[in-house]
Design a binder for this molecule. Structure first.
Ligand code: IVH
Length: 677
């Protein structure tokens, strides 16, 4: 925000320009650049300034008229009864409710002994104000607020909103203008954005702007793509309609006309009643299916409303009491990267601490590089941070008009901040990854658990808890360090005793003697599962041969495709990974090596690929797999055109369906046995 300039006149002019601009962005472009809180602060400042210096008030000052305006393309509609906005209380404590009540009592000249004033307390829907004109019960015009006096005719679009009746129920008067809010549910908004993301489109900022944009789409057929709803809460012009006595009665009457009225309203007594309503709504605000930005208090009696009347811009009998904001601007100080347990590298925004959605936010995940580019986020930018309920904070957008000079587009670092290994992003992937699988501290626990797992080096007892303790205690940095652990060290760890320590130590020793296939699998190379590890071991026969293999050489291995081949090559190209392998060998990890076995496997299933699915009557998965492999066959995890047979047991699911779809032969256990001879 700009610093107050020297003279009040200049400051007032600044503020006016800023507010007019903000109004245009909000009402006409559906692309606000200020948070509500910021806008309110500017508005209040201008109001205060004009109050202190009445000579500064200009007729076109935004304080003298309702914000907003019209865009080209829609026919103007004059509101016979202007569409006003309400005074906003930004103080988010109970005090604002008590103050409003005190002010009303003063204005109504009620003495201290007069009974509490009855108020109708409602939700403040965060949508787009709408006026629906019904003549003899038939919807004739739907208009936006515009500048309050003149709005836009959006009837064609609004007619497509299913919840808005084309005809009122019951005995409708000659003229009934109904005012309310058009909104979009959170669920519809999320689904819409998912579709946008899948289609690679621009993401919508929030439900309010999305709803507003949809209503003001010039092409009515676009509007239906965004599901909209409506809540009625007030009247405009009426003719031949006997007004009810209270706002509560009015809401009931609107509902009887078949209009959607939100049921979450209450008539409460006095300031305390308002404060209690505020607190109860705030507590469950995020559980509501749509967004609200506060509550609205209205003097319940319509006679009293008439008595209180209006100020220039606002009724004196109502106030909007806002909740703490969910979107706030702040400065993007840095973009760092975080490395996850699987090596995924995620950019994280460090922002100037900002209080939003009830907490102070300093870090915001940015998901991936493309997202940063799409939103053109740069260090130094002013960004809007949003935190709605328990949803993790997000950066909605940056404000390029507030961008300082000399900023640069962000680039993904080329080296992992945790271990210095290369960060690689494959052409078809969204996620970048650290290649230092064996050495990266961020990936260490995951890598160690995988290395020790039953199908890899099979170190019994080296589970989650122990790995946590070993890594957190600084005893183990890479897999090679496991072999240096002694019983006293292990026994001193939490939940360990002499006996269990000795057992783990024995399991570690036993794991030194392994097979090449298990060792390769244990390295945790991306895309290398057990079957590929076995194929690689058989094909190369020796680890050094595998480590030296080019992508082309790797592609010669049975069932190895380019993704796997490149992954293997990258893994062994990483010096850190090679160092750990050397250390493991030094620690005594060994396996029999032999000549490469490149001849086709023998047996009745040589060269055949099978997929297992469901539960077989007499064989476990592992038993069936072992039998197939002994017969020279291969077991794959998913069904493709290359699959020769699918062996299906009970409760077979999608794999069976896939087999049928692709015309792959399906066998039961008996069929498999027959095949094996
Ligand atoms: S009553 C004369 N009731 O908030 C008073 N307004 O800045 C007419 N709003 O323009 C408004 N929920 O767009 C009223 N339950 C509610 C509301 C509500 C949302 C909007 C409306 C209004 C703005 C106030």
């Amino acid at each position: 925000m700009t610093a107050p300039s020297s003279s009040p006149a200049r400051r007032a002019a600044d503020l006016r320009a800023r507010i007019v601009d903000a109004n245009r962005r909000y009402y006409e472009d559906d692309n606000p650049d200020l948070s509500d809180a910021e806008y309110d602060a500017l508005y209040r400042e201008l109001e205060a300034l004009e109050k202190a210096h009445p000579e500064l008030v200009t007729p076109d000052s935004p304080t003298q008229r309702v914000g907003g305006g019209r865009t080209q393309g829609f026919a103007p509609v004059t509101h016979r009864v202007p569409m006003l906005s309400i005074q906003t209380a930004t103080d988010t404590t109970a005090a604002a409710a008590l103050e409003f009540d005190a002010r009303i009592r003063r204005d109504l000249e009620l003495g201290p002994d007069a009974p509490p004033v009855a108020y109708c307390a409602e939700l403040k829907f965060d949508g787009l104000a709408m006026s629906l004109r019904y003549e003899h019960g038939v919807l004739t015009i739907a208009a936006t607020r515009g500048d309050g006096e003149t709005g836009e005719d959006v009837t064609a679009n609004v007619r497509r909103i299913p919840g808005i009746p084309a005809r009122l129920r019951g005995n409708a008067p000659p003229v009934l203008e109904v005012r309310g809010e058009i909104y979009m549910t959170r669920a519809d908004f999320a689904a819409l954005n998912e579709r946008q993301a899948a289609a690679g489109g621009r993401l919508f900022v929030n439900p309010r702007n999305t709803a507003a944009g949809a209503v003001r789409q010039l092409d009515a057929s676009d509007a239906v793509e965004r599901p909209l709803h409506f809540f009625a809460y007030a009247l405009g012009e009426t003719d031949g309609y006997a007004l009810p006595a209270t706002q509560g009665d009015l809401l009931r009457a609107l509902a009887r006309f078949g209009l959607p009225v939100n049921e979450d309203w209450r008539v409460v007594q006095g300031g305390e009643g308002l404060a209690a309503f505020y607190a109860s709504v705030e507590a469950r605000r995020h559980a509501l299916p749509f967004e609200i930005d506060g509550v609205v208090y209205k003097v319940d009696s319509l006679a009293r409303q008439r008595q209180l009347g209006f100020r220039t811009r606002e009724p004196r009998w109502a106030v909007a009491h806002k909740f703490p904001p969910q979107e706030m601007p702040t400065t993007l100080v840095a973009i760092d990267v975080q490395v996850g347990r699987t090596g995924a590298v995620t950019p994280v925004a460090r922002v100037e601490p900002v209080f939003v959605g009830g907490t102070t936010v300093t870090n915001v995940t940015l998901h991936n590089e493309d997202e940063i580019r799409r939103r053109d986020l740069r260090v130094g930018d002013t960004v809007i941070v949003r935190r709605a309920g328990d949803v993790i904070p997000q950066i909605v957008r940056s404000l390029p008009e507030r961008r300082p000079r000399g900023t640069e587009p962000w680039e993904m670092p080329t080296q992992c901040p945790e271990c210095g290994s290369a960060i690689v992003r494959l052409p078809d992937e969204v996620i970048a990854r650290c290649e230092g699988g064996l050495v990266c501290p961020a990936q260490r626990k995951q890598a160690l658990l995988h290395f020790a797992s039953r199908r890899a080096l099979d170190i019994e007892g080296l589970g989650d808890k122990l790995v946590d303790a070993l890594v957190d205690g600084g005893f183990v940095h890479s897999a090679a360090d496991i072999y240096a652990l002694d019983v006293p060290t292990l026994a001193a760890l939490p939940r360990m005793a002499e006996k269990s320590a000795a057992n783990v130590r024995a399991a570690i020793d036993a794991s030194r003697t392994t097979t090449l296939a298990r060792f390769i699998y244990g390295l945790g190379i991306r895309h290398v599962g057990e079957a590929s590890a076995r194929d690689l071991a058989a094909h190369f026969g020796a680890l050094d041969a595998l480590m030296a293999a080019s992508v082309d050489a790797l592609l010669e291995v049975r069932d190895v495709g380019p993704v796997l081949a490149e992954s293997v090559e990258r893994f062994f190209a990483e010096p850190h990974n090679r160092a750990v392998i050397t250390a493991l060998r030094k620690a005594g990890v060994h396996w029999p090596e032999g000549p490469p076995q490149r001849a086709a496997a023998e047996g009745p299933l040589a060269g055949r690929t099978l997929v297992l699915t469901g539960t077989l009557p007499h064989l476990t998965r592992d038993e069936a797999k072992a039998m197939i492999e002994a017969a020279g066959g291969k077991v794959a995890g998913s069904v493709s055109k290359k699959t020769d047979y699918v062996v299906a047991g009970e409760e077979a699911g999608s794999k069976l369906a896939k087999a049928e779809e692709l015309g792959v032969a399906v066998l039961d256990e008996a069929g498999l046995r027959a095949l094996l001879g």
